[in-house]
Design a protein around this ligand. Sequence first.
Ligand code: GAR
Length: 210
Amino acid sequence: SKRIVVLISGSGSNLQAIIDATQSGRINGDVVAVLSNKADVFGLERAANANIATEVLNHKAFDSRESFDAAMMQLIDGHTPDLIVLAGFMRILTPEFVRHYEGRMLNIHPSLLPKYKGLHTHQRALDAGDTEHGCTVHFVTEELDGGPSLVQGRVSIDPDDSSESLQQKVHVREHQIYPLAVEWFCAERASWSSEGVVFDGQVAPAEGIQ
Ligand code: GAR
């Protein structure tokens, strides 16, 4: 069974979906710790309710990104994780941190990558007149929101959609695809290689499994 550490900065609804899938036995693993860079976020309550160890590391208490990331690494490695899951963790990571967890760190991003890296993805999809939007689970590499995709979930954009309604639709899809991606990683069906994502022994398409 795999040991999973989840990093959050907020409400933790993706964390909850992953906890639920470990508790049901669908994921061959356990969330052994949840780390937040912000105190008083609801995701920490979700972890405590599931009897999962929590840690808060306030990035503002550090004088550099490097020292914050080094402290995070030390905390995370104390839990000897097989997998690091970024679930709404809103800090940019240093190359040292990313390299340290290469091949064993996943992120979820609220767009159909490679479209709309960065912030305000829902509004940007609306502004572009897209008819489709979604979310992507990808392995984390040094390029921000640029690592190889494992799974994508799509939603249609309707004429009366707002950024808020779109965000809600995408969240529903996120809660489906993130547990699925973690399930595949923990079952050793999905892994990272220099050629991209390998799924069931074959290099997956660049956009990930749909
Ligand atoms: C999710 O929508 C996730 O895609 C997004 O933050 C939200 C966290 O929600 N992540 C990013 O924007 C990363 N740049 P949650 O705390 O309820 O899981």
